[in-house]
Every structure is written in structure tokens, then in C-alpha cells.
Design a protein around this ligand. Structure first.
Ligand code: HEM
Length: 522
């Protein structure tokens, strides 16, 4: 009896040890062996890069170089340079010098092929359709609370279906109906600015103000905030964004989430609440008998797409609709707000361009009080300014993809599964592509050329490229023109002496210390 108990115990221990070994072995296999083989295959092409250390990859080098640089890189308002690549991304600038414009670096245990060479990118992407690109699995996990399986992250036939259903919602005809929502939110913000100015406080941090207004605009245009639940979703989405930003992120590092357990749990709880609120909005709306035109926000248009002749065709499931609403919010408001924020910096430094744009607004729109969306296309110079700002201070500073098939580039092979990191800021600041005036603010470079005189068509990529190019670019252009027209029609502005120039990366390219400007009513 005793010996069979001992045998049972010994077997149980052996089994537990065996299971532990299997778990540790498979973790090491997926964190060490697989990435190492992927790395070896990439290296076989002759690419090199900084030496990684397990399990952080090059994250420590990046932090160290950033820290070293940030002690010397912020500059006061009187000495602002648009040469920002080496200050916002000192590690990429340094590695490029050592390893060229295509190199390998590691986020945790994930190797990435870094690309800042438009010709290489052109050759690599020439035969790849939108549906055949992947998004790095490591980001799918990390950004799950923001995008779920919305359009930014889906792949293959699912991506084709999502893109097909969503594209009509962003058509110019549909977007026009949203202009008045934008005017309302922006006017409310500008009335608040006017009150501040008249009470003797002309210095306004436009970054904070515009991000909050753009959040309201995107919530209205995505799922409507006139409903009680809509407002609550907006508040929770903002909380979620702050929570995600607060955490010191260890993307690609095994168990990285557990290094910030409090934030990870909070983001998860907020995510559940947001999903629940959006689900209730969707159910309420889809059960409402359809009379007349669908509601003119993106969700209303998607729900209409989901129905044919009054019958449900279920192009997108409720979960997919929830994820798309979150995707529009996270993908759409901060990028647009930052494009406007950086524009105000550059126009604050170039009052002659404020005047040029005011003249144009007078000619095309009149006093700027009532804006008809059809007139916006006439604001050509404003379009050049927008492009030039997106070139110098691209709010989406990089594009990430994952390769889903072996890709041949000349005699090289980029293997299936390779993570790709495209450094847009580097290409937008590359003297060999743009010429000696690369760091100057010169909107006129876009006057007769949609590529701004760049000597390579893949050198200007503010909205990405190919079939997966940004679906929201028309919405952004409209919002940009509406908000800038209203600002320029009411105020002139200059940079505050308190502005500290430190463009830095927090998912998007942001001014690290905000953007204080001094306003005067016209
Ligand atoms: C200045 C504003 C914006 C910038 C700079 C920007 C930039 C980008 C970039 C670089 C991509 C990746 C493209 C690629 O992989 O090649 C992208 C994709 C996307 N953007 Fe935007 N975006 C902006 C505004 C918006 C807005 C307003 C929305 C929605 C309301 C939006 C929704 C999306 C979506 C859903 C995708 C994924 C498209 C796909 O994979 O099919 N974006 N955007």
C-alpha cells in the first residue's frame, strides 16, 4: 500500500516536472528559438543592426539613447528646428549611420525589418495586395483594447469584407453631412478661447484643447454623442487613452503586460465597459424601425450597409461594429488633432502664411461664419499647408506591417512572418529625397506636385500606402479645413515664450510639453 502511494507520488512529481519542462521549453521556443531563426533568415540577406539582448531586444538601447538625447534636445521658442528625426528618434538616426537605411532591430523578442529607403519599400510592396499584408501580431495583442479586430488590425478576406463595407461610409457625399457637427464643436472651443482672452488669459495650450475637441468630433461622427450612452462611451474612451499612455510600455517583451499590472487591469475593465456601452447603442439603433434616411454618423451608415431592402444581411457582426467604432476613435481623433496642433506651431512661426490663408478663406468661403463643405475643395493653399505639416511633423510617424508570404526583392528574400517597421519621419526628412531645403516650412512645394517635389513617389507617406492606405483621410482633410478656417477667421496667434520644442513619440508624434500659443482676436 505504502509503496504504491510512493510510486503515485513519484509519478505525479515526474509528471509535474515534465509539464513544467514542456511549458518552459515551448516558451523558450517561441521567445528565443523561433525569433532567432527568423533573424538568421533576415541576416542571410546581408542586413545588419544593433546587437539585441534577451529578453528586451534593443529596448534598453532605445531608452538609453533617448534619455541621453532628451537632456540636450528640447529647445526654447526662439531656436526651433524642424530637423526632428535625430531628436525624436535618436536610436534610428544612430543605427542608420552604422547599418544603412534597411536594418534589423528588436522590440523585446521580436525582430523587425526597419525600412527608411523608399526604393526598397517600392520593390518590396510592388506585388503585394492590401489583403495579403499582415499587421504585426505583437501589436495586435498590445493594442487589443483600442482596435480589437477593427479595420486597422484585420487581415486577409476579413480585411476585404471590412474595407468593402466601410469605404462607402467615408465617401465625400456622406462626409459632407458631418461638416455642421464639426463646426458646432469647434465653435464651442473657440468661444471658450475668446472668453479666456477677454479675461486676460491669452496663452492657450492648443494641443490639449484641440485633442479634446477632435475627440468630441470623432465621437459625434462615429457613433453620435447625443445619446446618454454615447457621452459615456466618449468619457471612457478618453480614460482608456490616458491609462494606455500612462503605462511604461514593454511591447514585445514576454509577460510585458505584467510589468504594469495596475494599468493593464484598468485598461481591460474600461475595455469591457466601452464594449458593453457600444453594444447597447448598436442594439438600440438596429432594432429601431428604419424610417427615412439612416443616421448620418459612421455607425448609422454601417448599420444601413448591414441591411438590404429592410432585411439584415449582417455584413459586420455586432462585435465587429463595436471594434470599428473604437478604431475610428483611436485611429481618427488624435492624428487629426496633432496635424492641426503642429500647423498652429508652424503658422505661429510664419505669420505671412496666416495672412495668405486668411486671404484665401475670404475669397473662397467669405467671413468664415457659415461653412459649406462643398467650398472646402477651393482652399488650395490650405491643402499645401496641410501636406507640408504632415511632411515635417507626421502625426503617424511610422507604418507597421507583417509579411504573410516570402517576398523577393532582387536577389533577396524577405521571409514570411517578418515584422516590418517603415520610418516615415526619416523619409520625410531625407535631404537626398527632398533637397537642401528639406527642413524648411515651404507649403508652395506642394503647389504643382502632390508629392511636394520629392524625388521618389514612396518618399511622402503621411497616410501610408497601397490598399491599406488610411481610410479616414477625406474625413481628416475636411475636419482640418473646417477647424483651421474657423480659427484663422477669429484670431491671429504667435508662439508663447513658454513653448519648449520637444517633438516626441507617444504612439503619435506629439509636442512633449504641450503647445502654448498667444492669441489675439481679429
Ligand atoms: C492626420 C490624420 C491621419 C493620419 C496621419 C493617419 C495615418 C494613417 C496611417 C499611416 C495608416 C496606416 C496605413 C498603412 O498601413 O499603410 C492609417 C490607417 C488607417 N486609418 Fe488613418 N490617419 C489619419 C486619420 C484617420 C481618421 C480620421 C480615421 C477614421 C475616422 C482613420 C482611420 C484609419 C483606419 C481605419 C486605418 C486602417 C486602414 C486599413 O488598414 O485598411 N485615420 N492611417
Amino acid at each position: 500500500m505504502e509503496s504504491s502511494l510512493q510510486l503515485f507520488l513519484a509519478l505525479s512529481i515526474a509528471m509535474a516536472v515534465f509539464l513544467m519542462l514542456v511549458i518552459v521549453g515551448s516558451l523558450l521556443f517561441s521567445w528565443w528559438v523561433l525569433p532567432y531563426f527568423a533573424y538568421r533568415k533576415l541576416k542571410a540577406n546581408g542586413f545588419s543592426g544593433p546587437k539585441p539582448a534577451f529578453p528586451l531586444g534593443n529596448l534598453n538601447d532605445m531608452k538609453r539613447l533617448k534619455k541621453k538625447d532628451s537632456s540636450s534636445s528640447s529647445s526654447s521658442s526662439s531656436s526651433i528646428s524642424n530637423d526632428i528625426h535625430s531628436t525624436a528618434f535618436p536610436y534610428f538616426a544612430r543605427w542608420q549611420k552604422l547599418h544603412g537605411k534597411v536594418l534589423i532591430y528588436w522590440l523585446g523578442t521580436e525582430p523587425f525589418l526597419y525600412i527608411a529607403d523608399p526604393e526598397f519599400l517600392k520593390q518590396m510592396s510592388a506585388d503585394i495586395k492590401g489583403k495579403n499584408w499582415g499587421k504585426p501580431n505583437v501589436f495586435k495583442h498590445d493594442r487589443e483594447p483600442m482596435f480589437g479586430s477593427g479595420l486597422v488590425m484585420v487581415e486577409g478576406e476579413d480585411w476585404v469584407r471590412h474595407r468593402h463595407v466601410i469605404t462607402p461610409a467615408f465617401s465625400p457625399a456622406n462626409l459632407k453631412a458631418m461638416a455642421s457637427l464639426m463646426v458646432d464643436s469647434a465653435t464651442k472651443m473657440l468661444d471658450r478661447w475668446a472668453d479666456l482672452i477677454s479675461s486676460g488669459l491669452p496663452e492657450i495650450d492648443v494641443e490639449r484643447e484641440i485633442i479634446s475637441t477632435a475627440g468630441e468630433i470623432i465621437a459625434k461622427t462615429s457613433f453620435g454623442v447625443s445619446y446618454e450612452n454615447g457621452r459615456r462611451v466618449l468619457e471612457r474612451l478618453r480614460d482608456m487613452q490616458i491609462t494606455l499612455f500612462e503605462s511604461n510600455r514593454y511591447v514585445g517583451v514576454p509577460f510585458g503586460k505584467f510589468l504594469n499590472p495596475k494599468q493593464s487591469l484598468k485598461a481591460k475593465a474600461l475595455g469591457r465597459e466601452i464594449d458593453e456601452l457600444l453594444r447597447s447603442i448598436i442594439t438600440e439603433r438596429s432594432e429601431k424601425p428604419r424610417t427615412g434616411k439612416p443616421e448620418q454618423d459612421l455607425l448609422g451608415l454601417l448599420l444601413a450597409e448591414n441591411t438590404v431592402d429592410g432585411r439584415k444581411k449582417r455584413a459586420l457582426s455586432t462585435k465587429e461594429l463595436v471594434d470599428e467604432c473604437k478604431t475610428f476613435f483611436f485611429g481618427g481623433h488624435e492624428t487629426t488633432a496633432l496635424a492641426l496642433t503642429w500647423t498652429l506651431l508652424l503658422l505661429g512661426l510664419h505669420p505671412e502664411w496666416q495672412n495668405e490663408l486668411r486671404e484665401e478663406i475670404k475669397e473662397v468661403i467669405g467671413d468664415g461664419k457659415s461653412i459649406d463643405a462643398t467650398m472646402l475643395a477651393g482652399l488650395k493653399k490650405m491643402g499645401w499647408v496641410m501636406n507640408e505639416v504632415l511632411r515635417l511633423y507626421s502625426p503617424a510617424p511610422n507604418v507597421q506591417r507583417q509579411v504573410r508570404q516570402d517576398i523577393q526583392v532582387d536577389n533577396l528574400v524577405i521571409p514570411n512572418g517578418t515584422n516590418v517597421w517603415i520610418d516615415v519621419v526619416s523619409m520625410h526628412h531625407d535631404q537626398s529625397l527632398w533637397g537642401d531645403d528639406v527642413y524648411e516650412f515651404k507649403p508652395e512645394r506642394f503647389k504643382d506636385d502632390i508629392f511636394g517635389g520629392c524625388n521618389h513617389k514612396m518618399g511622402f507617406l503621411p497616410f501610408g500606402f497601397g490598399g491599406r492606405m488610411c481610410i479616414g483621410r477625406n474625413l481628416t482633410t475636411m475636419e482640418y479645413k473646417v477647424v483651421l478656417t474657423l480659427i484663422l477667421s477669429r484670431f491671429s496667434f504667435s508662439l508663447s515664450p513658454n513653448y519648449n520644442h520637444a517633438p516626441s513619440i507617444l504612439l503619435s508624434l506629439r509636442p512633449k510639453h504641450g503647445m502654448p500659443l498667444i492669441f489675439k482676436p481679429l
